[in-house]
Design a protein around this ligand. Structure first.
Ligand SMILES: O=P(O)(O)OC[C@H]1O[C@H](OP(=O)(O)OP(=O)(O)O)[C@H](O)[C@@H]1O
Ligand SMILES: O=c1cc[nH]c(=O)[nH]1
Ligand SMILES: [Mg+2]
Length: 216
């Protein structure tokens, strides 16, 4: 998906069969909290693989046990993963499994159930966030207000190169984020049909935070 009525936008729907299969398991209401959390970790590792697919490489001189060689190593900015609390933490561990040296930031946002306006309650970022490629993670992109606010806050804190990753997006959430932040590539495993009257994604998977942590 690259074209929209209001111009080109950078949205990748991750079609890998393992991702799609795990997402189906996560959507099912019979999936337990423990299983949901395990699947979130597995799927986010696979998402991280797609999110980092185009990282630049250079060559370095190394020595294998048998001979010297020129071998590829990462050459671009180091990574920072920022979780939008609390559900974003469900995608954090799998990404860190793949990129264990990444720095981690947290932004606490909850969506006011009446107004749907995101309310910030916490922010902790690495000091060098401006020098890193920042991957912002949150399972759900519904109205898009939380993601747009988080990205704005990170830019205010100095972040210059950002990507946003979610499990599920609603069409209007994609519109909101790509309009407010056309410089931020969006990665999702599905763009679902619609938002319902409570701004829940349909068909969706329910409340990601509650399903991850068993709070309902
Ligand atoms: O696109 P939006 O309409 O802003 O909605 C998406 C937000 O809602 C959920 O968080 P929630 O407010 O439920 O907080 P939680 O993670 O603490 O459960 C979700 O994890 C997103 O952060
Ligand atoms: O469907 C939705 C929408 C917002 N937040 C969720 O957890 N699920
Ligand atoms: Mg929630």
């Amino acid at each position: 998906m690259t074209d929209a009525p209001n111009g080109p936008r950078d949205v990748t729907v991750i079609q890998h069969p393992l991702v799609q299969h795990k997402l189906t398991l996560m959507r099912q209401k019979a999936t337990s909290t423990g299983e949901f959390r395990r699947l979130a970790r597995e799927i986010s590792l696979l998402m991280a693989y797609e999110l980092t697919r185009d990282l630049p490489l250079e060559t370095a001189a190394i020595e294998t046990p048998l001979e010297p060689m020129q071998a590829p190593i990462l050459s671009g900015k180091k990574l920072c993963i920022v979780s939008i609390l609390r559900a974003g933490d469900g995608l954090m561990e799998g990404m860190l499994d793949l990129v264990p040296s990444a720095r981690v930031g947290h932004i606490g946002l909850y969506r006011d159930p009446e107004t749907l306006v995101p309310v910030e309650y916490y922010l902790k970022l690495p000091d060098d966030v401006s020098e890193r490629l920042v991957i912002v993670v949150d399972p759900m992109l519904a109205t898009g207000h939380s993601a747009a606010a988080a990205l704005a806050r990170l830019k205010q804190a100095g972040a210059e190169q950002l990507r946003f990753a979610c499990l599920l997006a609603a069409p209007q959430g994609v519109d909101v984020v790509t309009s407010a932040h056309p410089d931020v590539p969006v990665f999702t495993c599905s763009v679902d049909r619609e938002l319902d009257e409570h701004a829940y994604i349909r068909p969706g998977l329910g409340d990601a935070g509650d399903r991850l942590y068993g709070t309902k």
